[in-house]
Write a protein that binds this ligand. Structure first.
Ligand code: G4P
Length: 533
């Protein structure tokens, strides 16, 4: 098969949601309908959790929270589907944001009773920043939820995107019977089955088919016809171009747990979801069809095997063909590396691959050479842009609890922060180390992993910072003056960039007013363009 046809058949996406909306369940069901697994158990079944979702880390097993991001690959109707799992817990949101840099589209799951929630808005903001095409899946229709038209209105308003329903629910809660496929104009009614794909009850392609009334009754049929008429009047027809430009989101309804609406979603997804897209670097745009290989690391995962301190760097292939045992150029380190065992994943099932194409995500064994954002190429020096690192929201000073283990603590902190578990800032005076995270849980993860993987123990001192601001300027002198004046609030990140720790929104505003020559960045995106020192 030619490289172009390999690229054309790939769809790389992530499922995202506010915790509990049903992301894990939908992931399992897509794997089930995609033929990647044979049965899906109740979500809490450990067996299924282990095989269908990422569950690499010991801590995750202990807490039952999906900390990891893994890749699930399956072939469905001639399409290679790369599904990138994202952690459900909000404390690991930054992991999700980074994963979004490696996909070409997303499916956003919304709970029909809760509508748009806080994390839904934040995730959508990240998708908007990157113009990522979105499909909305409104889940849990087997429960009493909000009116579908009200939900659509709320989503359009709060997520700033135009919608177009491509499936429509018949009833809701106890009267929920299935979904009508507005795209194909067909209706499949499934028998409820939580574990396997049940045979469809009826399949019709015309709302006047008497089989419909016989199956769902006159009232439900009349109400479905009214809804369909209303939708066709209210919403513009689906426009593939607007969807690919992230200006229009198709909407599906269903019940992941009962398999309703999943087939419609998957079938439409493989038809409309975008193929691997070009990527922007600091030098130029890179097209997937270019001959030469390039890719970037968006995630580093440690401790797949707790007996070894091995790490896996997840790399998204952006152009050309990745080949096993071929030397590639690590741009930041200016060194060439080859990889004897590049992996593709089906959760914990790893398979060594010979080649990978644009859109694919591969796992590379790493002994500490990779950082998030690193680029591999066939010689050209550029960095892929848009791998975000947001200002942390919580800050703590790390205090060594075992002076005999200070080297281990130092090493552990360096490696864990390379993985993006947290960000490390150092105060030059006294060499104080402050870590910043977006969630309280990460502090516990770090403490746990430092002890288990590095034999180092630490305590924390809470720091009352509001935001970390990276500084750039057009006036070097003024920046030096600022750094001197605010020396007790100036820390350095791992690349030796000065960072101002603002203790309140007010302080930050005042400093911005006093030093208009300085730009205060609350994302480290600006760094990506620069080779780190
Ligand atoms: P998440 O990954 O987005 O956090 O959500 P997850 O799939 O884990 O689902 C969260 C809860 O919602 C689970 O219930 C799950 O069973 C339930 N759920 C998912 N999809 C549906 C649906 O379509 N209908 C209904 N009624 N419930 C759904 P739980 O009580 O936390 O777990 P469990 O005991 O049911 O396994």
């Amino acid at each position: 098969m030619s490289t172009t046809s390999e690229i054309t058949k790939r769809r790389t996406f992530a499922i995202i949601s506010h915790p509990d909306a049903g992301k894990t369940t939908l992931t399992e069901k897509l794997l089930l309908f995609g033929g990647a697994i044979q049965t899906a158990g109740a979500v809490k079944s450990n067996k299924i959790k282990k095989t269908a979702t990422s569950d690499f880390m010991e801590i995750e097993k202990q807490r039952g929270i999906s900390v990891a991001t893994s890749v699930m690959v399956f072939d469905y109707k001639g399409v290679r589907v790369n599904l990138l799992d994202t952690p459900g817990h909000k404390d690991f949101a930054e992991d999700t944001y980074r994963t979004l840099t490696a996909v070409d589209s997303v499916i956003l799951v919304i709970d029909c009773a809760k509508g748009v929630e806080a994390q839904t808005e934040r995730l959508m903001e990240v998708c908007r920043m990157r113009n990522t095409p979105v499909i909305v899946f409104i889940n849990k229709m087997d429960r009493e939820g909000r009116d579908p038209f009200d939900l659509l209105e709320e989503i359009e308003e709060k997520l700033f995107i135009k919608l177009r329903p491509l499936a429509w629910p018949i009833g809701m809660g106890s009267t929920f019977k299935g979904v009508y496929n507005l795209h194909e104009k067909t209706l499949n009614l499934f028998q409820v089955s939580k574990t396997t794909i049940a045979k469809e009850k009826i399949s019709i392609n015309n709302l006047d088919d008497p089989a419909l009334v016989a199956e769902i009754g006159e009232r439900a049929t009349a109400s479905l016809k009214d809804d369909v008429e209303l939708i066709e009047g209210l919403f513009e027809p689906f426009d593939q171009g607007l969807y690919e430009d992230a200006l229009l989101a198709p909407v599906f309804f269903g019940s992941g747990v009962n398999n309703f609406g999943v087939q419609e979603l998957l079938d439409t997804f493989i038809e409309i979801a975008p193929k691997p897209a070009p990527r922007i670097t600091d030098k130029r745009e890179v097209l997937p069809t270019e001959d030469k290989f390039s890719g970037f690391v968006f995630k580093i995962h440690a401790n797949l095997d707790p007996r070894h301190r091995d790490r896996i760097a997840f790399l998204r292939v952006c152009s050309g063909v990745f080949e096993r045992n071929k030397f590639f150029h690590h741009v930041r380190l200016n060194k060439n590396f080859k990889f004897a065992n590049p992996y593709t994943f089906l959760a914990q099932d790893k398979t060594v691959i010979e080649e990978a194409y644009p859109g694919d995500v591969i796992g590379l064994y790493d002994t500490g050479n990779f950082k998030i954002g690193d680029t591999l190429s066939e010689g050209e020096n550029f960095f892929f842009k848009g791998i975000p690192s947001f200002s942390p929201e919580l800050f703590k000073e790390v205090v060594n609890a075992d002076p005999m283990k200070s080297k281990q603590l130092e090493k552990g902190l360096m490696q864990l922060t390379d993985e993006g578990v947290a960000q490390l800032f150092v105060q030059k005076i006294g060499n104080r180390k402050i870590i910043g995270t977006v969630g309280e849980l990460q502090f516990e993860v770090i403490q746990h992993r430092l002890l288990n993987e590095y034999g180092a123990s630490c305590n924390y001192h809470h720091m009352n910072y509001y935001k970390a601001c990276w500084l750039t300027t057009t006036d070097k002198k003024r920046l030096e003056e600022f750094i001197q004046r605010k020396s007790n609030q100036i820390l350095y990140d791992k690349d030796e960039n000065p960072v101002f720790m603002a203790d309140s929104e007010w302080t930050l505003r005042t400093q911005k007013d006093n030093f208009p020559e300085i730009t205060f960045h609350t994302t480290s995106e600006f760094k990506i363009a620069l080779p780190a020192v």
